[in-house]
Design a binder for this molecule. Structure first.
Ligand code: NAP
Length: 247
């Protein structure tokens, strides 16, 4: 393929859950994929091996995307391995154990914001500085931005609300340049993140309260991300797609 036609995507947090499903789907669609991870190298290597076994091209790259210097290094490393970055999925996110707001300390609150929002800001800024014209960004927000996650994760919900606002502002700043920015808002998806929140079985517990009566799969979220990233969505920017079974 001619160099200028290559699509190179960075999926932050591409090593697990929604990010892993997105990395694999995008690779199957011809993207070269920078599979970013923060700490679990074996998860990232497993995703890359699966992509390569299916004939795709991917590169596992460690970086804490909430740290400015590591974001620049991430983009440098992916460009060196795969070529100039053309697309970005801001998927990395963290969840801490369920707690009422009154019991959350400032250190945790700031940690959640840094991991979920500053990371999105830093990666988007790096992308825009390098890409300049055309391309697309998809931010992985959450239904929590709308519900507020009372008694469980108000810090996390606030971070996703901020991510939605960043999506809106950046989409308007970049529209004239032809860079589209959209967000997906997953709801109750079967991933290991819920164990980090202290309740591995959370999705099953809530299933009966979801209009579609079930949790979602990472692959269902990945398909929406891939569509928003693609030229099929060429007239879509500043949008929010809820993937929460009707919630
Ligand atoms: P997950 O299975 O816990 O995976 C999280 C991924 O993010 C991992 O690859 C992790 O890498 C990476 N990560 C976390 N902090 C990072 C950082 N600072 N720098 C780089 N990588 C970082 O989570 P998931 O459920 O797939 O969630 C993915 C996204 O969807 C998150 O933004 C989450 O908020 C959102 N979401 C999920 C649900 C759900 O029900 N699962 C619902 C709504 C929204 P390491 O493993 O190496 O740390």
């Amino acid at each position: 393929m001619a160099e200028h036609l290559k699509k190179v995507v960075i999926v932050t947090g591409g090593s697990r859950g929604i990010g892993a499903a997105t990395s694999k789907l995008l690779a199957s669609q011809g993207y070269r994929v920078g599979v970013n991870f923060r700490s679990r190298v074996s998860s990232a290597e497993t995703v890359v091996a699966a992509i390569e076994a299916a004939g795709g091209k991917a590169f596992a790259c460690e970086a804490d995307v909430s740290i400015e210097g590591e974001v620049a290094s991430l983009f440098d490393a992916v460009e060196k391995a795969l070529g100039p970055v053309t697309h970005l999925v801001n998927n990395a996110g963290r969840l801490f154990p369920q707690s009422r707001l009154v019991d959350i300390d400032a250190a945790r609150f700031n940690e959640v914001l840094t991991n979920n929002v500053t990371s999105c800001f830093l990666c988007s800024r790096e992308f825009v500085r390098r890409v300049k014209t055309s391309g697309a960004i998809v931010n992985v927000s959450s239904v929590a931005a709308r519900t507020g996650s009372p008694f469980e994760y108000t810090d996390y919900a606030a971070s996703k609300g901020a991510m939605d606002t960043l999506t809106k502002g950046l989409s308007l700043e970049l529209a004239e340049q032809g860079i589209r920015v959209n967000a997906v808002r997953p709801g109750f998806i079967y991933t290991d993140m819920h164990a980090d929140g202290g309740e591995p079985g959370r999705v099953d517990r809530l299933a009966s309260q979801i209009p579609l009566q079930r949790g979602g799969t990472p692959e269902e979220v990945a398909r929406a991300i891939a569509w928003l990233l693609s030229d099929e969505a060429s007239y879509v920017t500043g949008s929010f797609t809820n993937l929460a079974g009707g919630k």
